[in-house]
Design a protein around this ligand. Sequence first.
Ligand SMILES: [Zn+2]
Length: 734
Amino acid sequence: MSYSSSDLHEALKKYFGFDSFKDRQEEIVQSILTGHDTLVIMPTGGGKSLCYQLPAILSEGTAIIISPLIALMKNQVDSIRSYSGEDKIAHFLNSSLSKTQVREVKVDIVGGETKLLFVAPETLTKEENIAFFKSVPVSFVAVDEAHCISEWGHDFRPEYRRIREMIHGINDQIPVIALTATATPKVKSDIAKNLAMSNQNVFVSSFNRGNLYYEVRPKINKDQTIREIVQIIKKQPDESGIIYVQSRKSTEEISQVLQVNGIKSAPYHAGLDAKTRSRVQDNFLMEEIDVIVATIAFGMGIDKPDVRFVIHYNIPKSIENYYQETGRGGRDGLVGKCFAFYAYKDILRLEKFLKDKPLSERELSAQLMEEVVAYSETSQCRRKFLLHYFGEEFASENCNKNCDNCQRPKATQEVGTELRHAIGIVKELNQNYGIKFLVEYITGRNTQEMKNYKFDIKKSFGIGKEQGALFWHSLLRQSLLGNYLRKDIEQYGLIKVTPGGAEFLEKGGEFSISINHDYSKEGAADAVTSTAAKGGALDDTLFKILKDVRLSEAKKHGVKPWIVFMDPSLQDMATYYPTSMDDMLNISGVSKGKANRYAAPFIEEIKEYIEVNNIEKPTDFVMKQVADKSKAKVAIIQGIDRKIPLEDIATSSNMSLEELMDEMNIIVSSGTKLNINYYLEDQLDEDVIEEIYDYFGEADSESIEDAFAELKEEDITMDEIQLVRIKFLSDVVN
Ligand SMILES: [Zn+2]
């Protein structure tokens, strides 16, 4: 049946109280009313449910809406009943109903009063239900959250695969509507195929969330990351936010740190009982709690429009997850800031969880995670990347500098020649390989596979050895974004040449890419906070200025720069802007003695910098540690005072010797002396101690790795270096 536009507007006003349709809602409603199979891809908040609710009300018979979550079903039914004021208009049918209730629902359907019936896919599998639906007029079947059909989505549900079979059991002529809020091109084609849709009308809304700001920061180590998180939150006090983490333990740990720092926060994970969970949700909605630290279990069905920030402490396992979770920010159209902390190590940890899963699932997850890595490491506009992932073209100018990469572009490099090499190789290898293999080929990795195919004797094998794998990964990913190459989604991500790529190969041209930050190194610095880690300061400009100050102070005092202040201390200063001696004492690695000796010119410089640049200093920001942690530190310091062997201190603090040394490093790096002479004299040769000690007296950096590189020929071990370094820092630096 067809309706004129004014009929539809009238119905919209009558049943929902709206004056106008959003986006392409009207076309979608028309498509359903005229009996077409229809595929709707619309981001959350776009008005997806109205697309089937309105035609259901206007059509003869009952529409069957398949939905995965019982809790959501009830909400939907309640909201439709509230618009129409008529309870019989919508029902749900699932395992939570008693026999009598089921009978009542069926009576209303037979009586023609029920327009929408929500069912779980399990309900549809029951013979008796199929037989019942066969006997009543069904207007159409709507499959909500249709991405659950695809293994390539983020929420695969096997029972969704049987929906077509069930519709077949009822009546093949019934039109099918599939709706989802996220779908990559691959998932989209899976949905259409699985539901055996025919001549379907496809409506894809833009996935751009212009009001969301995206930023990815390197995750250097736990302490630093949590500190940055506290600071992000302190910059927008009393606002609502969500922090996503991977483990239950982290939800509790981080929430505790936030509480100690005066932030109203609570943990949320699937291990909590239902009562606690709903209390936390309510408190969040009522703003008794500002920040929820949650595993992914949080957020389904929660609609708080003014979530101002979403922070990923761990990078999620797919871009769909990331998009969904960040999508919970700024629903009201105002600012929503999305920060993700990324270390490649987190990806490796995700892979470890998959170890016991079947091969196909592992491969699939690996590909989804590869995209997450690419997103995190890209130097391109984040928004462009996300939208490209969902099959949408987007010009980065339209980002309005609302992502870190647009705001602070990274250095670029002209790579036209290299791009031609890459396209040439893709063609030469018959467009039969994925990115990983191509990079191995271009950089000439002599794997067994290369030998088997006799690829290692080809002329172009290893042509890009010099630039290294990181460069080629980056080039290939960015050439996908530039549409010179494309990933074949039907064929396991094999890389193909596009017409644009073929033309570039033939005629050449200019192509520049930004040079990626090497995130793999950040993870390596994890255990030792004192190792200088790049990118740790929030204000890079100030960080550079402070390094100059340090250099001139070092010259004045005749010492090496790092003896004045180590990099992490300068990073802290460039984050918290200390402008008094008291402030300085809160900076990690600044002891009282050190502050008196060196801090004055730094304070002057920071004061001036703040004034000239009109910077608002974070309000009295002092990061407080959770008591447990400082308790462990106190135990270590006391143990060493009492000259207890380190092995025994480790045992009584429940740590490995390695962890103990890391802790000790952190203690001395933050400005406390530890006198371990008793232990050194007992364990190490005097020559060895002297050698290492002298090395640090001359060295240009405090790095343990540098020391090891220099000293390993003398048969000196990492452990020995670590130990003597602790002595050196205690004697000389602190
Ligand atoms: Zn951007």
